[in-house]
Ligand binder design. Sequence first.
Ligand code: AMP
Length: 404
Amino acid sequence: MGLNKKTIRDIDLKGKKVVMRVDFNVPIKEGKIKDDTRIVAALDSIKYIIEKGASLVLLSHLGRPDGEKKVEYSMKPVAEKLQELLGKKVIFADDCIGEAVVKQANALKSGEVMLCENTRFYKQEDMKAKTDEDKKLQDDFVKELAKLGNVYVNDAFGTAHRAHASTALICKYVRPSVAGFLMEKEIEYLGNAVSNPQHPFVAIIGGAKVSGKLEVLKSLMEKVNTIIIGGGMAYTFLKAQGHTIGASLVEEDLIATALDTLKTAKEKGVKFMLPIDNVIADKFDNAAAIKTVGLEVPDNWMALDIGPKTVALYTEEIKNAKTIVWNGPMGCFEMSNFANGTMSICRAVAESGAISVIGGGDSVSAVNQSGLASKMTHVSTGGGASLEFLEGKSLPGVTALDDK
Ligand code: AMP
């Protein structure tokens, strides 16, 4: 399943004023960008648009400034980084709406690029407008954003699951509205993996909680041959099966749901794999006392990673896969003593030769940490968006674009 929306390839850009939503929500510490992956990911669309003879205004949010102009959330360092990566001048506008910015946007010549200040400096960007008054306030803001161009492009896959002012609502006032190359690539890879998979299709689902992954489990259950479970969420399933889990993470209120999920997997013929051994610690700390145990976790100990037998079992399953979708780490990989499970699974996926799609913020950090990102077929830039896509939900930022 490809993208059934128009892209920048489908429209004439010459002489147009393009306003493009990008996802430049990058980690910044003391004014320095710690990871520029998301800026690099937008370069193809940016270069294409200006090479085709349009001028370009870029919009993005950064962090959660809660509708206030807070200097630590300024896009200025991003403009500097973009200028460096693009190798050409990037004008920085110190607001995203208002007369002065519109004037700056109108003055742009073809091939010129301007990045506006953080859209979330206005609460209208991401407010859930319920009252008529709030709806009007948000609509006025959207109309202001719409003055920045006569073509709208959405290349912000990372926020495509949100119907915000600059990600979806703006399409009401700017046509054509089309997708950028990153958006197209993300939807194609994720879409092909889930709707046109080669079998065996293996889903690896980990992370802290079952609650965050129930929907994706439900949706993948219809499509995959095997579900591999790791991370904190495994222990709710193991407790449901009657094992002792000590002080491991558990969602007591989801034990019945976990049992239902296991039952559904059995009915659908999906192989549902849970850890058979664990790395346990006497506290949630990299310096904790550590042991490897089988299925039963003693009182006061917590399982923070899958054990070596589980790694071997999962690796064997992954080896035979033709399609792999991975969301969520196998343990607390941020602490070196509990990273082995996640890193071993990274290696197994990289060596499998399968089509591998990595979605979700933490699994992407883990894959980057492993140094094996280039061995994966596709590493998604959007955590929440890729999860919602895998859950089978439609993404408002995509839905709002022009149909092909
Ligand atoms: P999520 O956002 O749900 O994908 O969860 C990712 C987080 O789960 C990471 O920060 C991991 O450190 C954490 N995590 C993974 N395994 C465990 C575990 N066994 N116990 C507690 N937290 C875990």
